[in-house]
Ligand binder design. Structure first.
Ligand code: HEM
Length: 150
């Protein structure tokens, strides 16, 4: 080891061992996209019901919408981190700026349904914002390289 590489190794600390992803990129991307579609369906279904000014309790498919929302969020996260483990083995996924932005969007889309339940009078705004956030997350996923130089 040269003095320089020793100094670099000291500064950076021990290298993380490469993470061995359990599944391949092409499987994780399917989880990811299926999760995004389920989330969009949940916002569409429950959001348009609220737009009709119908009581949430009258919706016989409220439980299905809530399940699609929860399962969709989990699938997005599993698929997202699974893809990152395949794309950047041995690197922390949190070192990528665009991952922070997508995680923030993920949290917002997680909380948005509770907001819809508590404030159905804002259903129109919530549905529009959910659409914009889904679109933003999708375009960051597809185009992050030129935007963020990652
Ligand atoms: C919140 C809702 C999210 C939606 C709607 C979403 C949607 C998408 C879409 C449409 C793509 C493009 C797939 C393609 O190019 O074929 C993508 C890619 C990706 N997303 Fe997400 N995503 C979300 C959140 C996240 C989160 C939280 C993470 C990180 C944990 C993440 C990590 C990734 C990765 C690693 C890619 C692949 C990038 C590449 O191939 O270079 N996404 N996402």
């Amino acid at each position: 080891m040269t003095p320089r590489s020793e100094a670099v190794a000291f500064k950076e600390g021990p290298r993380r061992p490469p993470v061995m992803p359990a599944l391949g990129y092409d499987i994780y991307i399917l989880f990811h996209l299926a999760g995004a579609f389920a989330l969009a369906m949940a916002y569409g279904g429950l959001g348009f019901w609220a737009l009709n000014e119908k009581e949430a309790e009258e919706n016989r498919f409220k439980k299905h919408g809530t399940i699609a929302h929860g399962v969709g969020l989990v699938a997005i996260l599993v698929g997202g981190f699974g893809m990152l483990a395949n794309l950047y083995p041995g690197e922390s996924p949190m070192s990528l700026g665009w991952v922070h932005i997508k995680l923030t969007i993920w949290v917002a889309l997680g909380g948005g349904l509770t907001l819809l339940k508590k404030k159905p009078e804002y259903a129109k705004e919530i549905v529009i914002i959910a659409f914009v956030l889904l679109f933003a997350a999708g375009s960051i996923g597809a185009n992050h390289m030129p935007w963020f130089g990652a």
